[in-house]
Design a protein around this ligand. Structure first.
Ligand code: ADP
Ligand code: MG
Length: 330
């Protein structure tokens, strides 16, 4: 029997990990499996250590033939994005690398992309491991965050607004085109290969938002994680989605589908009280980053779920929703 990615993590690892923690409660583990980062106590009374690991595998996370600079940049970007999703600031990262050959030109260019972002984010490389094998990059990032304000997936509350940063669907268009053997235009290729982790916005949201995550697998599926962790329904007003301008020539349905299911946006979705609206708009203006209110958090009717509304604010049918799927690796 084969399982989906999230069922696999739950049944094989998360349940046993939780049982172990319950047996031996640790004063250090504040949050284990299930969020963008784990949280550890031990940084003093105000802060927690946020940790996240993401692998970056040829053929799964990037197409064979991707420029080494882009591989280096994105391997770190997707990890920093998980720090941003908790509102954490980077402290350092480790790099575990498996490579078919010690090709110096590849490695130098890979390191150029990696350090370009490490420098931009002021996040030093502090260790790692290098071995022979298929091309596979595992980065672990460490960050620090105010423990009383950290943006967890289990903190959304009915009545709050749902927001998203930036524009959605541009990276997914590039993926679709690459699978079809087409060459994506420069802007969508840029969206796919050079996602900008929203670290400054994540940190600023600590004072105005409650829960957040980064969009790696598509808005619809990713918001399901907040809905389940917080035991709420989340409504998305499709007419308000900030679609990437690259999608402007597509029919609205196709563009919405890319934004909802496509993944690889690495924007932040977050929930905040209605009173925070003006403050959030100001933050967006200050940071030169679009922030868009795209929906609401509601009390869960039965099972917590994500519900898309049509342009008149009416929930779309269950059948319509069954055409949406989040990206899963299995
Ligand atoms: P993200 O997309 O934010 O990086 P993932 O979807 O990769 O998160 O993972 C969901 C949750 O499951 C995270 O909390 C992650 O730490 C945890 N997780 C994933 N794989 C494993 C594993 N093999 N062992 C333990 N925890 C895991
Ligand atoms: Mg994440």
């Amino acid at each position: 029997m084969f399982m989906g990615e999230f069922a696999l993590i739950q049944t094989v690892f998360a349940q046993r990990a939780r049982a172990l923690l319950e047996e031996n409660p640790s004063a250090f583990v504040a949050l284990g499996i299930g969020d963008d980062c784990a949280l550890l106590n031990g940084l003093g009374s105000h802060e927690q250590l946020a940790i996240s690991t993401d692998m970056f595998v040829e053929g799964t996370h990037f197409f064979a033939g991707t420029a080494p600079q882009d591989i280096g940049f994105k391997a770190l970007a997707v990890n920093l994005s998980d720090l941003a999703a908790m509102g954490a600031s980077p402290v350092g990262f480790t790099l575990a690398l498996s490579l078919p050959t010690a090709n110096q030109s590849f490695l130098t260019q890979f390191a150029d992309g990696l350090f370009e972002l490490a420098q931009q984010a002021q996040c030093p490389l502090i260790g790692g491991d290098t071995t022979r094998g298929p091309l596979n990059i595992a980065v672990t990032v460490f960050g620090r965050v105010d423990r009383t304000r950290v943006l967890r997936r289990d903190a959304a509350k009915a009545g709050q607004d749902l927001w998203v940063t930036g524009h959605l669907g541009g990276a997914a268009l590039a993926v679709q085109q690459l699978y079809a053997g087409e060459l994506p235009a420069a802007p969508s290729k840029q969206r796919l290969l050079r996602p900008q982790p929203r670290l400054a916005m994540g940190a600023a949201l600590l004072s105005v938002a409650n829960s957040a995550l980064d969009l790696s697998d598509g808005l619809y599926g990713d918001l399901g994680h907040i809905a389940r962790a917080s035991q709420v329904d989340i409504e998305i007003d499709l007419a308000l989605l900030p679609l990437d301008e690259i999608l402007s020539s597509l029919p609205t349905d196709a563009a919405n589908h890319l934004a909802l299911c496509g993944g690889d946006d690495y924007e932040l979705a977050f929930t905040a009280d209605v009173q925070a609206r003006d403050a959030i708009v100001s933050l967006g203006l200050q940071q030169g980053l679009r922030v868009t209110r795209i929906g609401h958090v509601r009390p869960a009717k039965i099972e917590p779920r994500v519900i898309c509304l049509d342009s008149s604010g009416v929930p779309l049918s269950l059948e319509w929703h069954s055409t949406l799927s989040a990206y899963e690796h299995f």
